[in-house]
Ligand binder design. Structure first.
Ligand SMILES: Nc1nc2c(c(=O)[nH]1)N[C@H]1C(S)=C(S)[C@@H](COP(=O)(O)OP(=O)(O)OC[C@H]3O[C@@H](n4cnc5c(=O)[nH]c(N)nc54)[C@H](O)[C@@H]3O)O[C@H]1N2
Ligand SMILES: Nc1nc2c(c(=O)[nH]1)N[C@H]1C(S)=C(S)[C@@H](COP(=O)(O)OP(=O)(O)OC[C@H]3O[C@@H](n4cnc5c(=O)[nH]c(N)nc54)[C@H](O)[C@@H]3O)O[C@H]1N2
Ligand code: SF4
Ligand SMILES: [Mo]
Length: 693
């Protein structure tokens, strides 16, 4: 028996557990990967998890600090690296003020690192500019949940309740490719008699299990939800008792919906009227119902309001706070949930506290041992930080756990801005396209080497313990933060000796907040295999199902709001006659930095593609499997055509996992949802042309 590593997959929000066994065969190291029982994945593992050891153990890991000298990266000691950071950060702040430095984090970071990063920005650097890639991921649903319910926790019910649900609406979520190990919950629900409705412009592997597929025009979900509400109201499926006892705002929603015509909604959404009627009827009649949304609905310039309109459907039918009835924003990244609770967000302090609330500021300042007045105010969202970098208001950037050149919208503009920075530091384990632009790269631990907690899509906090030592002189993310703080004279606030020390402080900092982790300890996590928040005391089991008796708003009620039929800001037509939507494929993860390093995953899919309807392709003279140019007002890319009748004729789809010439975000627009600052990644206008031979 070789070296055995017990770990958790670094990729998506399910957080499947696995055992990796290292063996020597014929003088070569090989690895056996076996799924391990745990509550969310129930002992399943997908192809990305099976191969996640490959990038972490690859020879392409960065193992020493690298400083750019004369355009080339050269290895330096940690001391030299920290000395340069201290010099550059001090100069930037002396010359241009505290806010001249930006901090940018990510949803792969553990709760401990996310917490330490927020504190690092506010206490060590005292800059107001911090945000993270979760802005592109979770922010629209978070804004909607906070406003409607008073809290944002991905799933309001444990996953196991999916199997009990009578009707499931899966809107803009491709679970079969993005959280594959969750599929049995849905196929079992179907076997138990659930009616499944999928809303997606494409026939995805998820849509394959649907009883009814609404092939919506990109960006038209808010209007489609109005259609569902109309059918529900006109057919008498509203739950009057629930509405009067548990909600506010219904009358306003009803008056608005009454003013709409179903024919008009069918026309603008591209979904046949009969299908909208059937969907509304099925959901209205079901004894229990859940709606899950993901980025298809949320990554829109009306993302937060589109989600609110689906929440309206749940509230109108009384489908919340009961077994098999609830809402779910299907969180994306490994720690997409925890990453948004402990202070990486521009307006937020740990425990989901607000940086603009005096009581919250005072509480956190006390935990941190600083004066409330010394805490900076609210900064700006991730893409807005890129605008400030472009305008050279932010002169230095500290980046940990993201690849913004590829993942931000309007990527050409973003890259131009990052090139203008006086100083860019990137903490990563691999060379991302953004790391290539850095002045200094700091090598940090991969998941196999890193201990910390992550909160899965259900709001269940899990402990992942290091399974092997770091390679070379690589450091933990939190260690790097403590060391830099030390080098700029703020070490006293970061005297941690292990991740658990940080978690102990996080418990206290989150105590009494919305995301209360006070009752969770490493010991409990080892014994109990995951604990749901809120968990206010060590003898509290954690809350599996939210909102059984009330909503955490001042009046205890959920808030309904009328949502207009929104249209995408950029409409297809003229020079750009098609809608582009973007997303994922099974075998790659986000900007692909990790999965492209896996020979197995790379062999499955080594280049990007554009899905295009055969009829549309014919009219554009495009053959299958040929290189084509996709063009928008902001840029162009070259990808391979993939003709498929599974997509709408007016829409093309390109995945997000490639950089350079295939970076889809060279095309996407800088328009943001005003409430959440989520970019409209899921729709812009493009043209597709054959590449001259
Ligand atoms: N394999 C894989 N799994 C992943 C990831 C990955 O990169 N690869 N990333 C993880 C992360 S961070 C996230 S956030 C999640 C994302 O998980 P999902 O949100 O499920 O994934 P996407 O493919 O971005 O989008 C989902 C679907 O939205 C559809 N869609 C596009 N436009 C619209 C629209 O206007 N309306 C509607 N209703 N649907 C639309 C797309 O066709 C797509 O099928 O996945 C996580 N899991
Ligand atoms: N067009 C379009 N664009 C999108 C999306 C879309 O659907 N369409 N989706 C958006 C979404 S939902 C997301 S989440 C973003 C994500 O986009 P990014 O934030 O760019 O995410 P990754 O590609 O995962 O990049 C993470 C980087 O961090 C490194 N990393 C991983 N784990 C760790 C760690 O523990 N510590 C450190 N220091 N580094 C680590 C990886 O090696 C990698 O280089 O992209 C967004 N962009
Ligand atoms: S990518 Fe997600 S579903 Fe696949 S093994 Fe990893 S955590 Fe599980
Ligand atoms: Mo995401």
């Amino acid at each position: 028996m070789g070296n055995v590593m017990e770990t958790q997959c670094p990729f998506c929000s399910v957080q499947c557990r696995m055992t990796i066994t290292e063996k020597i065969e014929a003088g070569r190291k090989t690895y056996d990967v076996a799924p391990k029982q745990n509550a969310a994945s129930e002992g399943r593992l997908c192809i990305k998890g099976m191969n996640a050891y490959q990038h972490a153990l690859s020879g392409e890991r960065i193992t020493e600090p690298l400083m750019k000298k004369g355009g080339q990266f050269v290895p330096v000691s940690w001391e030299e690296a920290y000395k340069l950071i201290a010099e550059k950060f001090t100069t930037a702040q002396n010359e241009s003020g505290r806010d001249a430095i930006g901090v940018y984090g990510g949803g792969s970071l553990t709760n401990e690192t996310s917490y330490a990063l927020g504190k690092f920005a506010r206490v060590a650097l005292q800059t107001k500019y911090i945000d993270y890639n979760g802005r592109f991921c979770m922010s629209a649903a978070a804004t909607a949940g906070n406003k409607a319910f008073g809290v944002d926790r991905g799933l309001t019910n444990p996953l196991s309740e999916v199997r009990q649900s009578g009707c499931l609406i899966l809107a803009g979520t491709n679970i079969a490719e993005c959280q594959p190990t969750l599929m049995p919950y849905f196929t079992d629900a179907k076997e138990n008699g659930a009616f499944i409705i999928v809303i997606d412009p494409r026939n995805t592997a998820t849509a394959d299990i649907a009883d009814l597929h609404l092939k919506v025009k990109p960006g038209m979900d808010a209007a489609l939800a109005n259609g569902l509400l109309k059918v529900i109201m006109d057919s008498g499926y509203v739950d009057e008792v629930f509405l009067s006892k548990r909600t506010t705002g219904f009358d306003e929603v009803q008056a608005h919906v009454d003013s709409l015509q179903l024919e008009e909604i069918a026309f603008i959404t591209g979904v046949p009227k009969e299908d909208i009627e059937e969907a509304g009827r099925r959901f209205g009649q079901a004894a229990s119902g859940m709606i899950l949304t993901a980025r298809g609905v949320e990554q829109q310039t009306d993302g937060s309001m589109a989600v609110r309109n689906f929440i309206n459907v749940l509230l109108a039918t009384g489908n919340i706070g009961k077994p098999g009835s609830g809402y779910g924003a299907v969180t994306g990244q490994a720690n997409g949930q925890g990453g948004r609770e402990h202070g990486q967000k521009a307006d937020q302090l740990p425990g989901y506290r607000s940086i603009e609330n005096d009581e919250h500021r005072a509480y956190i300042a006390k935990v941190w041992g600083v004066k409330p007045a010394d805490l900076p105010g609210k900064g700006v969202s991730a893409y807005e930080m890129m605008e400030k970098i472009h305008a050279q208001e932010i002169r230095s950037l500290f980046l940990m756990g993201s690849n913004p050149v590829v993942s931000n919208p309007n990527a050409n503009f973003v890259e131009e801005g990052l090139r203008k920075l006086d100083f860019l530091v990137v903490a990563d384990m691999l060379f991302s396209e953004t790391a290539q632009l850095a002045d200094l790269i700091l090598p940090t631990a991969a998941y196999l080497e890193n201990t910390g907690t992550l909160t899965n899509l259900e709001g269940r906090v899990l402990l992942r313990e290091a399974a092997r030592p770091v390679p070379g002189i690589v450091k933990q993310d939190w260690e790097v933060l403590s060391d830099i703080a030390e080098s700029i004279g703020k070490g006293a606030y970061f005297s941690y000796s292990c991740a658990e020390d940080i978690f102990e402080e996080l418990r206290l900092a989150s105590k009494g907040g919305i995301a209360d982790y006070y009752g969770i300890t490493y010991d409990r996590l080892r014994r109990e295999e995951g604990i749901y928040w809120p968990c206010p005391s060590v003898d509290y089991p954690g809350e599996k199902r939210l909102f059984e008796t009330s909503f955490p708003r001042s009046d205890g009620r959920a808030e309904m709001v009328a949502v207009p039929n929104h249209f995408p800001k950029e409409r297809a037509g003229g020079k750009y006659p098609l809608y582009l939507t973007t997303g994922r494929v099974l075998g790659h993860y986000l900007t692909g930095v990790q999965t492209h390093k896996s020979p197995t995953l790379e062999a499955r899919q080594f280049e990007s593609f554009v899905e295009i309807h055969p009829k549309t392709a014919r009219s554009l003279n495009i053959q299958d499997d040929t290189l084509v140019k996709v063009h928008s007002r902001r840029g162009e890319i070259v990808v391979r055509s993939k003709l498929t009748a599974s997509i709408r004729e007016d829409t093309v789809f390109v995945p997000m996992h490639w950089d350079g010439m295939q970076n889809i975000n060279k095309l996407t627009s800088e328009e943001l949802d005003p409430a959440s600052k989520m970019p409209g990644f899921k729709v812009c206008a493009v043209s597709v042309t054959p590449l001259p031979a």
